[in-house]
Design a binder for this molecule. Structure first.
Ligand SMILES: [Cu+2]
Length: 142
C-alpha cells in the first residue's frame, strides 16, 4: 500500500507537465498581425489575400484569391506560389495549392487550399514578377 503513494507523485507531475506543454504549443504569440494585406519582405509587392469561403473552413477544400500590385498600386504580371503551415506543429498544408487562373479583376485564383486542423497557420505567397522575387507572409487563426 505504501508503494502506491510513491508512484502517485511522478504520475501527477507527468500529467501536469503534459498539460503545461500542450498549453504552450497551442497558444500562438499574442502580438500576431492577422491582416490579410501585406507588403512583401523587400517591399516589392503589396499582396492581398481573399479567402473563397468566409469564415475560412477547417477540413474543406476551397480556393483563395491573391491580388498582387506594385509600389504604385498597379496590378503586376507575376507568377505566384502559395504555401502554408503550422509553425508550432512543424507541418505544412495537407495539400499542394496551385494557381488555376485569374478572376475578372486580375487576381490569381489559388485552388486546393485545405486546412486540416484549427489553430495558428502561417501562409506565404512567393511572387516572381518584373521587379524581382519577393515573399509576403500572413497569419491566420482557425
Ligand atoms: Cu497542426
Amino acid at each position: 500500500m505504501k508503494l502506491n503513494k510513491f508512484w502517485l507523485i511522478p504520475a501527477v507531475l507527468l500529467v501536469a507537465g503534459g498539460i503545461a506543454f500542450a498549453a504552450t504549443r497551442s497558444a500562438p504569440p499574442a502580438d500576431l498581425d492577422y491582416d490579410l494585406s501585406h507588403l512583401s519582405e523587400n517591399g516589392l509587392y503589396q499582396v492581398t489575400l481573399v479567402p473563397g469561403i468566409d469564415p475560412v473552413p477547417v477540413g474543406k477544400m476551397h480556393a483563395w484569391l491573391v491580388d498582387v500590385v506594385d509600389a504604385n498600386g498597379e496590378t503586376v504580371d507575376a507568377e505566384i506560389v502559395m504555401d502554408g503551415g503550422m509553425t508550432q506543429h512543424g507541418h505544412g498544408l495537407p495539400t499542394v495549392p496551385i494557381v488555376t487562373g485569374k478572376d475578372h479583376e486580375g487576381r490569381h485564383i489559388v485552388g486546393g487550399m485545405r486546412f486540416n486542423m484549427p489553430g495558428w497557420w502561417v501562409l506565404t505567397v512567393e511572387v516572381d514578377g518584373e521587379a524581382g522575387t519577393d515573399t509576403a507572409t500572413f497569419n491566420l487563426a482557425l
